[in-house]
Design a protein around this ligand. Structure first.
Ligand SMILES: NC(=O)c1ccc[n+]([C@@H]2O[C@H](COP(=O)([O-])OP(=O)(O)OC[C@H]3O[C@@H](n4cnc5c(N)ncnc54)[C@H](O)[C@@H]3O)[C@@H](O)[C@H]2O)c1
Length: 385
């Protein structure tokens, strides 16, 4: 397939992770150009990784277009959080090696953050690193998780406990793929974008305040602005901290309690929804510690509820279970904390993480976190602004 210069329609951004760079291309209804950009990699073979849902909706069609011109294989993995396992990584790696992938091969993750992580860790480990291309199909993946070197799978004890770092070679985003997402998945992604605005890119707060709607209906222009805003927020910090161990830890805002809720809900709650609840708890804790004002706490509520967040623990999730999973948080060890304390990201103003610039963590008593969960997340009525 040949694309003439005039037919290029995807916008281009360059993400920088310290000394590493990754081009991002964004467009709408642009599978021709995605195939063209994949072929530009001149890989010896292309290994698409998809889950069943995405295979049916978009992945197989994109694969067929590439496979008509290049050696390519389609690998269908289980979807869902429970699919992020080292067993799944090993299975994929074995099948790819059996199918003849070599060091010049490329792994193409077509899907959400789960497939991105699964394919990402496989790409990082195979031959100690083959090229990884993300074709994100969820909003979380497009606006957030692709702009990261972190590739990880879960252990039964906690999320993302087994992983390493591997930079994507390219990110190719077709906004049209997001059109088949259920509304709860769009809202889930939007919570991560709200997080990036509250913590890093406060200039996006007004845009979100004007645009957010609980029906999760957005035009291509709005999606483009949202995704670019999310990616540029990541870029702003990751250019200084590619391993997300220093100032980029701020992107873990809402994730301490969020991951615990996700685990306690056993995969029934979308990642971003759990992070939204985690941000409410973090903001309440910061407010009680005198770090955030009540107006800033209300802003958290307003943005998240405008995005349709129901501010209470999901059905079947108990405070006790959330507190038990908090003890497995993967930020343990960054700072010393007693067993009855939790290290988490708190803000002391919009866009201002509390703590040292290079380690923005606050050690909080578990009893305070528990009390914040009980106050904010066990209310019967939702607060609507
Ligand atoms: N730095 C990082 O690596 C990073 C950052 C943020 C999140 N994450 C990870 O990402 C994961 C969450 O990602 P997610 O929310 O994208 O979840 P996901 O990958 O599980 O996708 C959510 C659901 O949407 C379906 N789906 C995907 N694309 C679709 C489409 N276009 N139309 C219809 N359905 C579609 C999937 O089949 C799945 O059922 C978590 O595991 C989280 O830990 C990683």
């Amino acid at each position: 397939m040949r694309l003439r210069q005039g037919k290029f329609s995807m916008r281009n951004l360059l993400l920088q992770f310290e000394n590493e760079q990754c081009p991002v291309w964004i467009g709408a209804r642009c599978d021709d150009e995605i195939v063209f950009r994949l072929r530009e990699l001149k890989a010896s073979s292309y290994h698409f990784v998809v889950d069943r849902t995405v295979a049916q909706l978009h992945g197989r069609a994109l694969f067929d277009r590439l496979a008509a011109e290049e050696p390519a294989r389609l690998w269908i993995a289980d979807g869902g959080e429970s699919a992020k396992s080292i067993a799944a990584v090993e299975r994929l790696a074995r099948e790819m090696v059996h199918a003849g992938i070599d060091r010049r091969g490329a792994i193409v993750a077509v899907g959400g953050g789960v497939i991105g992580n699964l394919a990402g860790l496989t790409a990082a480990l195979l031959f100690r690193g083959v090229r990884l291309v993300h074709v994100p199909t969820t909003l979380i993946a497009a606006a957030d998780s692709v702009a990261s070197l972190k590739q990880a799978v879960n252990l039964p004890y906690g999320k993302n406990l087994l992983g390493c770092y591997h930079a994507p070679a390219a990110v190719l985003i077709d906004l049209n793929y997001l059109r088949t997402l259920p509304a709860n998945q769009v809202r889930s992604g939007m919570n991560e974008i709200i997080k990036n605005a509250l913590t890093v890119a406060t200039e996006n707060i007004q845009l979100l305040d004007d645009m957010l709607n609980a029906d999760a209906r957005y035009s291509d222009t709005e999606f483009m602005a949202i995704i670019e805003g999310g990616l540029l927020a990541k870029h702003k910090v990751m250019i200084l901290d590619k391993y997300e161990r220093k100032q980029a830890l701020v992107f873990e805002y809402g994730h301490t309690v969020g991951h615990a809720i996700e685990l306690a809900a056993n995969g029934r709650v979308p990642h971003g929804e759990a992070v939204g609840l985690g941000m409410i708890v973090a903001a309440e804790a910061a407010c009680r510690l005198g770090l955030l004002s009540s107006t800033e706490l209300e802003l958290h509520h307003r943005l998240l509820t405008r995005n349709g967040l129901v501010v209470r623990l999901p059905m079947g999730v108990t405070v006790t279970a959330v507190m038990a999973y908090l003890r497995t948080d993967n930020k343990r060890g960054y700072v010393s904390a007693r067993p009855d304390e939790v290290a988490m990201i708190l803000l002391r103003g919009l866009g201002v993480p509390n703590g040292p610039v290079e380690r923005p963590l606050t050690v909080v008593e578990s009893s305070l976190v528990q009390s914040c969960i009980e106050t904010r997340l066990t209310e019967i009525a939702n607060v609507v602004y």
